[in-house]
Design a protein around this ligand. Structure first.
Ligand code: GLV
Length: 328
């Protein structure tokens, strides 16, 4: 008999067809968001789950699922999965690194440009019928070229963002849990490692690409926003919770920074409604990896991890190697 799996959210039909060659698949093409209780009920008797970051996997859930062997997440970030709890319950977990690096870096630039050069704000103004004459000081923004880019979280996506700054003749500074090696720094447009304080003080544009954890919660709060230049832009591509959104709203209102571009929010999709009343923020619905090719690649990667795990092979993107080792 084929192992039973749950696909927690709607996904490309060909991915369901691929999974059906290997598994008894319970899918959710109506894209219902399951409550924790519904998720626990749906996962009864399932050996695997193909999930997105919208479902939470913690010990409360895992202890109700003795048959579960593998959680394959279609995302690079996995703060919704308690990996230590997975290991404690001998459940493997995987993510989808690398396939989205370049697409996410492209989007980081789109958001930075739109924010610094006030693209969405001016478009809304135009659409609202306000454009009657050109003016010398209409929608003045901040230059990208020749400016200083500060990247907080210099992993693979951060490096891909930094590398793109070569074409804009920018200086790159970064802060990270650990310093990159010389080759990585050279690749990332000769990025210089600095303290978070120096980065916030010196950067014209700050881009956040670090993973969310309790340690990175509110990496940017009121004090950090106050340390930034009043002309600076802030871009959050990482996760809600890295920025204290209430503090950011206050800073954008008081113009202690110039503008922000946000693809992720605290409590998304129910983000703070006060963002909607601000002109100096560009808001996108968590779409940094959303190119056709990359979302397909992410889904294929998650499926490959699930298929490997449930056929006795090591999943290529296994997050908890300890579970694999303990299988002997
Ligand atoms: C998207 O946010 C991801 O983590 O892949």
């Amino acid at each position: 008999m084929k192992p039973a799996i749950l696909v927690t959210r709607a996904v490309f039909p060909e991915i369901l067809q691929l999974l059906a060659q290997h598994f008894e698949v319970e899918s959710n093409q109506d894209d219902v968001i399951f409550s924790p209780q519904e998720l626990a009920a749906k996962l009864q008797g399932k050996q695997g789950v193909f999930t997105t970051a919208s479902a939470r996997f913690n010990s409360d859930l895992l202890r109700q699922l003795p048959e579960l062997k593998m959680i394959a997440q279609m995302a690079v970030g996995y703060d919704n999965i308690d990996v230590a709890a997975c290991s404690a319950h001998a459940v493997m977990a995987s993510n989808t690194p690398d396939v989205l690096n370049e697409t996410t870096a492209d989007f980081g630039w789109a958001l930075l440009m739109a924010t610094a050069r006030r693209i969405t704000e001016s478009e809304h103004w135009l659409r609202a019928g306000h454009w009657h004459k050109w003016s010398y000081n209409g929608f003045l923004g901040a230059d990208i070229h020749g400016s200083t880019l500060g990247v907080i979280g210099m992993g693979r996506i951060g490096q891909a963002i930094a590398r793109r700054s070569m074409g804009f003749n920018m200086r790159v500074i970064y802060h990270n849990r650990s310093r990159l090696n010389a080759e990585q720094e050279a690749y990332a447009n000769n990025a210089s490692y600095v303290s978070k304080e120096d980065l916030l003080r010196s950067a014209d544009h700050v881009v956040l690409v670090l993973p969310y954890s309790t340690a990175s919660h509110h990496t940017i709060g009121a004090a950090e926003l106050a340390a930034m230049k009043p002309t600076a832009t802030l871009v959050n591509l990482a996760r809600g919770g890295i920025v204290d959104d209430a503090a950011l709203i206050a800073a954008l209102r008081a113009k202690t920074i110039a503008a922000a571009g946000l693809d992720v929010f605290e409590n998304e999709p129910k983000f703070h409604p006060d963002f909607l009343g601000l002109n100096n923020v560009v808001l996108t619905p968590h779409i940094a990896s959303a190119s056709e090719a990359t979302r397909r690649a992410m889904a294929g990667c998650a499926a490959a991890n699930l298929i490997a795990a449930l056929s006795g092979q090591r999943p290529p993107n296994l997050l908890n190697q300890d579970v694999w080792k303990s299988k002997g």
